[in-house]
Design a protein around this ligand. Structure first.
Ligand code: AMP
Length: 142
């Protein structure tokens, strides 16, 4: 049986506005914000507002709106950073590498010959995250 969703997880707190984040996009069902330990410049997380631990317990109705925003963010980060490509990642349960137990998709701009940094590695400076968030908002036309 899947483990229960914990409404005290850090992304639930971000969604409720209890802790800060660098938001770049929000609509009725999805939020996108900067990953604080980016694996590359412009690493963004796309998070549905509906509560689920991960893909294993999510309502299938979540995926349409979620992946529409994943695509929007992939296009925006590629443009914002003049990237060569975009990597999507999504982890389910600790054995897979999941560390925050609210469904989310990683959207990471990629550059020829530049490897990803480690998952959940080093914290980025808030001013760098803010600057990168500004570039993504600009690419989104906001
Ligand atoms: P995952 O391993 O897929 O659960 O990834 C969780 C991601 O959330 C990691 O890439 C972390 O760097 C990131 N993260 C953890 N805490 C925060 C936070 N407060 N704000 C933004 N990103 C976070």
């Amino acid at each position: 049986m899947a483990e229960a969703y914990d409404p005290g997880n850090i992304f639930a707190k971000i969604l409720r506005g209890e802790i800060p984040s660098q938001r770049v996009y929000e609509d009725d069902s999805v939020v996108a914000f900067m990953d604080v330990m980016p694996q590359g410049v412009g690493h963004t997380l796309v998070v549905p507002k509906a509560p689920s631990r991960n893909i294993l317990d999510a309502d299938p109705a979540t995926f349409g709106p979620l992946f529409a925003v994943v695509q929007k963010m992939a296009v925006a980060v590629k443009k914002a950073f003049n990237a060569d490509g975009v990597t999507l990642m999504q982890f389910n349960e600790p054995a897979s590498g999941q560390t925050v137990f609210h469904l989310h998709v990683h959207v990471i701009p990629r550059f020829e010959g530049v490897p990803l940094k480690p998952h959940s590695g080093q914290m980025e400076k808030p001013e760098v995250l803010a600057e990168n968030a500004g570039k993504i908002r600009a690419a989104l036309g906001n």
